[in-house]
Write a protein that binds this ligand. Structure first.
Ligand SMILES: [Zn+2]
Ligand SMILES: [Zn+2]
Length: 369
């Protein structure tokens, strides 16, 4: 897919400092990228990524969902990723491995879009109506087409690769990949803690639990959307030195959760069924998030696992909006539309917004291991 290839190339170029932003990605990803770069700079590191297509497996299944207008594709790309950390221009840490790159691709199906819908300027991120951008962005003056805005990557992360077998493989491929799965399983016993295998099972139970609960409230939110949205929020939170500045964080005076974290792969995510559920209008999901992290430890890179507990909330009576973005929030008080990543309150009428009535928000997070 063209957008995926552009995104991977831009992600590498961004880390090389040869581009200042990732045009294929949305405003929120670009905001998180700045947080991550600031974190690396703070400790005097730079990081290069080398992303290669993984030759052993084909592309994974893509799941789509949407309505007659907006479509979100959940895409998984098998890659071979090499991270190299540099300090004072010298390579000090290098690690390679098979990863799965998870991506959300937002797109519009009906090119005959609603003139009153809001989009973000691809140059400055300013939120404005489609009819208003005909004369250029009101904020920065840039002229752009809808094809510059869609398709767009709205979420991405690298995950530890568990599976190599592809159902459509030939017999010989299957034998080869079965062997690979065993090899990976054995090496993972050494490399990945037992909790992840436990959580994998927990993770599998999370999906029917979540889907059943959402169905009771007629919410058309697939589990993978929830899981990936949470991962997106957690990524921004973990790279942030003041997480309470993020629009979806509702934890007053929230300190930096992992102030020495430089990069990570996701290794597991699960909902705690015993403590999660709906009370009144609000669903609370208590989750566990596992990472394989790269931390600064006294000027050196330490590659180690970490575990976080995070709680998310959302009003279950507000229908799911496919065009929702933290970067174009509708003010309930004055109907103004603004970018919540950059504004704590509505810039037009100063009203504080309640994001839990629109999307999942983070209400608690701590590192437990
Ligand atoms: Zn602009
Ligand atoms: Zn307002």
């Amino acid at each position: 897919m063209e957008i995926v290839e552009s995104f991977k190339a831009q992600l590498q170029a961004y880390h090389q400092n040869s581009i200042a932003k990732i045009p294929a990605a949305n405003t929120l990803i670009n905001h998180t990228m700045i947080l991550k770069k600031n974190r690396l700079n703070k400790f005097g590191y730079s990081l290069l990524l080398n992303i290669k297509q993984h030759e052993n497996v084909g592309n994974y299944k893509t799941e789509n969902w949407g309505n007659d207008k907006y479509q979100i594709a959940h895409y998984q790309d098998p890659v071979f990723l090499t991270r190299t950390f540099y300090k004072n221009g010298k390579s000090i840490f290098k690690k390679s491995g098979e990863k799965r790159l998870y991506l959300f691709i937002d797109d519009i199906i009906d090119k005959d879009f609603n003139e009153n819908d809001y989009i973000n300027c691809p140059n400055c991120g300013f939120a404005e109506s489609i009819s208003a951008i005909r004369d250029g962005c009101q904020y920065c003056g840039t002229h752009f087409e809808m094809s510059d805005v869609y398709p767009s990557i709205s979420n991405y992360y690298f995950a530890y690769e568990y599976r190599s077998a592809n159902k459509t493989d030939t017999k010989a491929d299957k034998r080869k990949s079965n062997l690979l799965v065993w090899k990976k399983f054995l090496s993972s016993l050494l490399e990945v803690p037992y909790e992840i295998y436990k959580m994998r099972t927990g993770g599998l139970k999370s999906k029917p639990f979540f889907n059943r609960l959402m169905k009771q409230y007629n919410l058309n939110i697939p589990y993978f959307q929830f899981k990936d949205k949470c991962t997106e929020m957690l990524t921004a939170v973990l790279f942030s030195d003041s997480p309470d500045n993020l629009p979806f964080v509702n934890i007053p005076n929230c300190p930096a959760i992992s102030p020495d974290l430089l990069d990570f792969d996701s290794t597991g995510f699960a909902i705690d069924k015993e403590t999660s559920g709906v009370s009144g209008d609000i669903a609370t999901m208590n989750t566990t998030f596992f990472i394989d992290g790269y931390f600064d430890k006294n000027g050196k890179i330490k590659n180690t696992k970490a575990t976080y507990k995070a709680s998310f909330r959302r009003n279950v009576y507000v229908p799911f909006n496919l065009n929702f973005s933290f970067t174009r929030i509708n003010c309930k008080s004055c109907a103004g539309v603004f970018d919540a990543v950059r504004n704590d309150c509505c810039p037009y009428c100063n009203t504080k917004y309640e994001l839990q009535n629109e999307e999942w928000i983070l209400t608690d997070i701590k590192r437990i291991r």
